[in-house]
Ligand binder design. Sequence first.
Ligand code: ZN
Length: 424
Amino acid sequence: MNAADIMIGLEDLSEADEAALSLIKSRQAAMEKRVTGWSAINTGSWNAQGLNAFSKQLAEALSETGADIDFIPTAPIEKVDDKGQMTQFQSAPVIRAQARKDAQVQVILTGHYDTVFPPNTFETIKDIGDGKLNGPGLADMKGGITVMIEALKAFESGTDKDKLGYTVILTPDEETGNFGSNPMIMDAAKDAHIGLTFEPSMEDGSMVGGRKGSAVFDVVFHGRSAHAGRNPEDGNSALMAAAEFALDIEALNGQFDGVTLNVGSIDGGNAVNIVPAIAVVRMGVRAPDEPSADWATQNVRAAYEKALKRKGITGHFHGGFYRPPKPRNAAQDRLLSDVTETGKALGLSLTFRDTGGVCEGNNVFAAGTPNIDTLGVRGGRIHSSDEFMVVESLSERAGLAVLILNRIADGRIDAKAIKNLMTN
Ligand SMILES: [Zn+2]
């Protein structure tokens, strides 16, 4: 026994835990090889061809768990273009894996295989020292999917597997809001007792507790164009309606605790001698809980209605809270504390922080299922070309995930009791 083994609370590990951990330890190099291979394949959210090609490779890796695999087509995503017109984008399918739907305890595991990087933007993988690799999607979240698959494989080789069934949902559109894949997440999440999502944790291993909800609104104003010199009185400026709306939105900041609103862009108008007939405003809201999200939605809508009162202005209003808030509640607190205990058995002291950032964990929570959503690799600088993954965290976090699965299966984590706390 070496010093590292003594530090780990071995008495907290079951026989199944020890077997799973040694299996995962032996997979570290294979995991590293897999994730770097995956990082080299571009799967930007709008790269349908890249996503489709990768989905086949990913499904094959997922099939190593022995679960039944399906490809579920996603509905086209509607987008408002800069001219205020609706356009459609067809993404790749959701990959679903299911095992033992009739088991007493059910878990949903989710992850996304898209990245924020379009083709030819960030494609190199570099060793940046200190045990870190820099590359697209290594942390967010091809590393997390690698962790998930190895944890499931190790769980499947254990003795308690018949007590737990699961559904895996891997989505092609998380970075753009899960607009095509949300129905599949909700469908699988509502029947599950616990959700596990594999977004990266911080470099120091700290994880996310509560999350705000996130809304996006695309608001289109139509006016009437006219010559700005000859007959400006015949024109109705859509840009002025957009400007009034933007200022009213800005003024909502600070009016409700924890709610922030941001007008991200205004497109519209033309030459300086034309009264502008079209403006498209894109804005976002973050809100910590349901009452504040309702307040924000009502007030954004009211600001829109007010701008429509300008002479000759009509409009379209799109959007809403596509990711509802995921506040801490009794169920989440109990789950976080059980996961903290699980971490101790591995010698990890896990901490949780609240954030304004959002992910699929919000959606799983909205389906009524408590979840922990930062079970992926340790990493940082995600969504930038400095994105990195801490390589040793592949097996570390796969170890954590399989221990959580083992504890849910053998009852040390009481999944049904935790789920019941959602409705209390
Ligand atoms: Zn992510």
